[in-house]
Design a protein around this ligand. Structure first.
Ligand code: DX5
Ligand code: ZN
Length: 217
């Protein structure tokens, strides 16, 4: 299974966002993580369609869109049209999660499902064989720069086991509080798609990406 780095632009400097995306692209990051927050599913509001549309031409890398929005099915088509490649929604936010997965797949995109730190991993079971990626939040969604929740190790391990018991090699993404220090440990318990905001964009983004990719090699 491939290890993939997905820098989160939430921590970028928006006055030079295009360049900050080019920097992580050139340094070898495979995905660009894009956090959409609606001020309702999570307390904060980040950005939406016009921003995503305008950065699409900055890179050919995979747009990994993390929707922290209520009733996500309403916007799947639009995110797909503006260039999302992977669309991840929250299980807690979707009245009919299977319908959201079907909608994403119907548009030819990859479907991810995310759970917050307080949601039981067993709730993923009905959807395991339907998903391209599972996002295990390692902080409460809503803000960058929070400390990693240590209980996440056991949750990642449990989901990796649930997948391998079913013969599945689905990507497991982790998001929140990932540092150069804990990166190796989250990979060791079974995560393979790594989101990092502050760790990438605090300081020299290109160098930070290279350092992280080296740990992931
Ligand atoms: C938090 C977002 C994250 C955030 C991570 O709700 O989903 O993607 O950007 O930021 P760091 O890596 O700083 O914890
Ligand atoms: Zn995110």
């Amino acid at each position: 299974m491939n290890n993939i780095l997905s820098p989160s632009i939430l921590a970028a400097d928006f006055k030079k966002l295009g360049q900050q995306i080019v920097d992580v692209d050139n340094a070898g990051a495979q995905y660009i993580h894009i956090d959409v927050m609606d001020g309702s599913f999570v307390p904060s509001i980040s950005f939406g369609m016009p921003l995503i549309k305008s950065i699409r031409s900055a890179t050919d890398k995979v747009f990994d869109v993390h929707l922290m929005i209520v009733d996500p099915i309403r916007y799947i088509k639009e995110f797909s049209e503006i260039g999302a490649d992977i669309i991840t929604f929250h299980l807690e936010a979707a009245p009919d999660p299977q319908a959201v997965i079907d909608k994403i797949h119907g548009l030819g995109k990859k479907a991810g499902m995310s759970i917050k730190p307080g949601t039981q991993v067993e709730e993923l079971v009905p959807y395991l064989d339907k998903l391209d990626m599972i996002l295990i939040m390692t902080v409460e969604p809503g803000f960058g720069g929070q400390p990693f929740i240590e209980a996440s190790y056991d949750r990642i391990k449990a989901v990796r086991k649930m997948l391998s018991d079913r013969g599945l090699e689905t990507d497991i993404q982790v998001d929140g509080g990932i540092t150069k220090e804990n990166l190796r440990s989250v990979l060791d318990v079974g995560a393979n798609v790594i989101v990092a905001g502050s760790t990438v964009y605090r300081g020299d983004a290109g160098q930070n990406v290279k350092d992280m990719l080296e740990i992931m090699a």
